[in-house]
Design a protein around this ligand. Structure first.
Ligand code: B12
Length: 287
């Protein structure tokens, strides 16, 4: 069982009154009308959007754990029932806020992986406005709970240490936001196609949704799958040839393109190049 949990200090959820509501409306009725997971999701979603983290989806840790090997299990946060998990990811929307963050905080460029550092900082900030202050770091999270007694924990996509690795692609499929293209090893989002990244999963000690979302199926034809298989083979072969003339990442890019050619939500040229090469010169040139 994993133990990372998060300290929080006051109410997690701020409920805003809709403007068209009668002034004597009982607020507790509104609060009661929405289960805590829905309020948690909508608050977090709203905060993350400002950072360009525009993919969020709720699920039960139980659903994920049932689909992966025990080494990849997420914790129940000491509960006797599975907690809520919220998947966090991004489409091309992260690029502009990320570039602005670098301009405001050039120190991000000193990080080994500036984008990972930006995501960790952003998720941590979003959660700290839930008063989950000092809760999270880029290497994990420290234990704690808020004054409502709600515990939380965050797992990052890039943390592959035993006990911290999350099979993010499996989790994304189970949450119903994407299907997994088994040939390309890439998740394909309902709206963003293959042009999205999986960044983190946040666990909250509240009951998750009870209704399982539909698991999306790969709609591609067998010919298309065969073509993809060949693209992946080319990428793998090229990665193994040290004197290859072409940069290997371009073959991986070809795999992504082949899933859905000319997808309207494709990353920009600079975003693509940075994602595949992690070359900081690209960021310095842009910011
Ligand atoms: C380790 C890793 C890799 C390894 C894969 C080794 C391996 N055998 O798993 C390597 C370094 C090769 C790799 C490459 C890339 N990766 Co990667 N990788 C991961 C990471 C950090 C963990 C994967 C993992 O171990 N999962 C646990 C296992 C048990 O889960 P699983 O569901 O059973 O297996 C899945 C993956 O392991 C992967 N996979 C499994 N075997 C192989 C073999 C090869 C050759 C590749 C490429 C992938 C792969 O696909 C499986 C599902 O089909 C994830 C983030 C995460 N935490 O999930 C990102 C992740 C899967 N990678 C991602 C991407 C985009 C890439 C690259 C395109 C990036 C690049 N720089 O070129 C490349 C190429 C992949 C491609 N198909 O185009 C994205 C996928 C996004 C999406 N839309 O699905 C993720 C989710 C990271 C992110 N921030 O979004 N990756």
């Amino acid at each position: 069982m994993k133990t990372a949990e998060v300290e929080a200090e006051s109410n997690l959820v701020e409920v805003k009154e809709p403007s068209n509501r009668a002034p004597d409306w009982d607020l507790s009725m509104i609060v009661a009308a929405h289960p805590p997971w829905q309020r948690m999701l909508s608050e977090l979603r709203q905060r993350l959007l400002a950072f360009g983290l525009d993919v969020t989806a709720p699920l039960s840790v139980e659903w994920y754990n049932a689909a992966v090997s025990p080494a990849l299990h997420l914790p129940w946060l000491g509960r006797d029932r599975a907690p809520l998990a919220i998947l966090v990811g991004n489409s091309r929307a992260i690029w502009e806020p990320f570039k602005s963050a670098i301009r405001m905080q050039p120190a991000l460029l000193a990080e080994k992986h500036p984008l990972d550092a930006y995501v960790s900082q952003s998720v941590t900030r979003a959660l700290s406005s839930f008063h989950l202050v000092d809760a999270l770091s880029s290497t994990g999270s420290t234990p704690g709970r808020n004054e409502l007694g709600v515990k939380a924990a965050v797992y990052w996509d890039y943390d592959t240490r035993p006990g911290r690795l999350v099979a993010m692609q499996r989790l994304a499929c189970i949450s119903g936001v994407a299907y997994l293209n088994e040939e390309a090893h890439l998740c394909v989002h309902k709206q963003f196609g293959p042009w999205f990244a999986l960044r983190a999963v946040v666990l909250f000690e509240v009951d998750p949704p009870t209704e399982r979302p539909e698991i999306l199926q790969d709609p591609s034809s067998s010919e298309h799958r065969e073509r993809l298989r060949m693209e992946v083979k080319a990428a793998l072969d090229q990665s193994n040839i040290s004197n290859s003339k072409e940069e290997p990442w371009k073959k991986w890019l070809a795999v992504r393109e082949a899933i859905h050619p000319n997808h309207p939500m494709r990353y920009s040229h600079d975003q693509i190049e940075y994602h595949y090469t992690h070359n900081k010169d690209i960021l310095m040139r842009l910011c």
